[in-house]
Design a protein around this ligand. Sequence first.
Ligand code: ATP
Ligand code: MG
Length: 870
Amino acid sequence: MKSKEIRAKFLDFFKSKEHSIVPSAPIVLKNDPTLMFTNAGMNQFKEYFLGNAKPKTTRIADTQKCLRVSGKHNDLEEVGKDTYHHTMFEMLGNWSIGDYFKKEAINWAWEFLTAELKIDKNNLYVTVFEGDQTDKLSKDEEAYEIWKKIIDEDRILLGNKKDNFWEMGDQGPCGPASEIHVDIRSEEEKAKVPGKDLVNQDHPQVVEIWNLVFIQYNRMANGSLKELPAKHIDTGMGFERLAMVMQGKQSNYDTDVFQPLISEIETITGVSYGKNEQTDIAIRVIADHVRAVSFAIADGQLPSNNGAGYVIRRILRRAIRYGFTFLNKKEAFIHQLVAVLATQMGGAFPELKKQKNLCENVIKEEEKSFLRTLDQGLSLLDNIIASAEGNEISGRKAFELYDTYGFPIDLTALILSEKNYTLDLKAFEEELEKQKNRSRLAAQTETEDWVVLQEDEEEEFVGYDYLEAQVKITQYRKLVTKKDGALYQLVFNLTPFYPEGGGQVGDKGYLKSANGDITYIIDTKKENNLIIHTTKTLPQDIKQTFMAVVDAKQRNRSAANHSATHLLHQALRNILGTHVEQKGSMVHSGYLRFDFSHFNKLTAEELKEVENFVNARIREQLDLEENRTMLYTKAIEEGAVALFGEKYGDTVRTIRFGKSMELCGGTHVANTADIWHFKITAEAAVASGIRRIEAITGDAAKDLLTEQSTQMQQIKHLLNNTKDPIKSVTDIQNENSELRKEIEALKREKASFLKAELKAAVQEQNGVNYLIQQVDLDANGMKDVAFQLGGELGNLFLVFGAEQDGKALLTCYISKSLVEEKDLNAGKIVRALGKHIQGGGGGQAFFATAGGKNPSGISAALEEAKTFLD
Ligand code: ATP
Ligand code: MG
């Protein structure tokens, strides 16, 4: 069965059980401070489990793109080495939000696998949670009893907390789980060792395919468990593993999910898969990683130097290095695999097709730059080896290579072992640990549990219409961070505060109590559908009603910048073309930043045109047309611009100014005239094929104008109040260049005078023409004269001393004939003379110079110079 059919069968099966089928959420999480990437199907439904939001339907199913490369679920190091863990994989899942529970979840999973897909029951094993003393939980009898009705008891195994209690993170919803494992070994092997002995033993052919989680608890900050008011089902099945079972293969990589990529790698590198364990690992790593990186880029996460971008960069670098070391590919090639991936997966994930060019370009640039780093690292490593005493390279040196140049430690170890050197790996690991501790300490945050003051269905956002509102605090928690000390996070029954999102920063402002006490709100963010206001102190009498007041000035400036961003986007698509897509934005009260796909640097004319376009829309005084409840499909039909990697619901908010229409949750000006003026301040590349424009509006543009006009006044004043400063500056520049020419001519004249004088001063001793003298020339002057005299006289031994700008200079010239005959060496001579002027120098045997900080030593140096004649 083709993998495509398997995916479709799963979704159809749960549709028949009245589940709504939803699209995969983006793989990159934008508004969740606790998680960088989607690591399980349940992530996008977390707010439902926590009760912060209500789902439209209580039964949901989907296939979710997941990435397990950081945090609690990190499989990166396994990937490629084994045959069934990936960085990016699809998780098929079905959910019940307070609807059905264990009985249906278990029976349906069984029905799907054995009746629908016809997997042999004799190859399946299931596990049930055995209970845990520290958590005071007993065995999951309920699940055990349900399974007992379906399969033989000797196929039901008990599992411990590690395998059979699922938790998303350190805190949050969790519960006991029942896993389904499949044994795909040959009959012969099965006869030797029974499958049930291999369940959860990391055997590559006895693997877990489906995990059914029964969400019943919330893990609190102090580690205790609290029973949830409603019980939920959360299941996840590995799509690639299921494909392996259905296609009768022994490895995920042998399925049609990976084969096209692998055969392309074979073609490009000329290395065949299945011949050698080391090259096989490399091929698997590359086939896997190109998927992770492409999916992330397609969802808007470019490789970068920090956060999620850095994780993506590291994954790609791991692939490049495996190719470099084991497949002997020294040029960029991984980007060539994107086309294969887009063809194969573009049906289920159209973003891959749409973003194919961008993925290719970004990956190619990353490859090239990391290959350069590897090259540099190799020569640095050569230096380290050359200067090593003994045969061991210190851990600190290897760490430096790793930390400063991104040179991978296992590559260092490999190269060293090839050259019969060893590496002090223990010392390296100590350095690494030290660094980790440093950043861990810096980032440490302790979050206490929420204290609920008042039950509340939903925290309503009223900030589109109001900048002030009467609010009550419904819950709060304390957190202690290493950076800022103690902070409080407050949730209200309703709020006018805009939470950071869609590139726009969160509102600041304050809470005012009835008696006039003020508590400042320093930031607003959204987490699991809650709008969270951060303060440094807790207001007194937290149960009273407060006036929540948004800092209007900052909000209005942010709004102007946000609306200007939309106009900028429109301008770029109009002027450069519709290939321009937003790739990130940052809307601050002070400025705006907009990243977009485009391949060339913008010319000065294009920038001017963009500015003019936006300013024309501002002058048109376009009213804001906002629709908060438009059907997504209708909005797209009307031409609204939606962003890749953004999760949209069925109804969306649209923002329209004239012909600019975007799906957007941000705050905006009521009329484009409120933007006042738009001014681009910078344009640069952020990655291959991605440009960034920075701009200012309103007050910031006014401030810039004021500053520039003040500067202009000062410049005019300096130019004797000229009417035409450009002409005045050009005149000065011309005059300056004339003067410079005159000075050069005068200098040359002076030098030729001097040369004549000096030539007359040359003396002779034993057939050697010599001149040892202090002169008034700079370094170039001395050199010129020395070479001219040398050419005219022959057999010349010349030493000049000069004082220039309080420093001492020495120049020594020796005709080549003398260098050979008398074994004289100008380099050695200036080095010897250098001590008199407290300096040093060097050069060649026939010409050398020295410099020093003691001009009073020049005469002593010249005295000593004479001794070389004897
Ligand atoms: P394992 O023990 O094999 O690592 P897990 O316990 O981490 O699996 P879950 O978190 O329960 O897995 O995820 C649900 C399902 O997703 C698993 O049953 C498995 O089929 C699949 N899965 C988990 N991790 C990966 C991965 N890194 N690559 C491919 N599939 C995975
Ligand atoms: Mg795992």
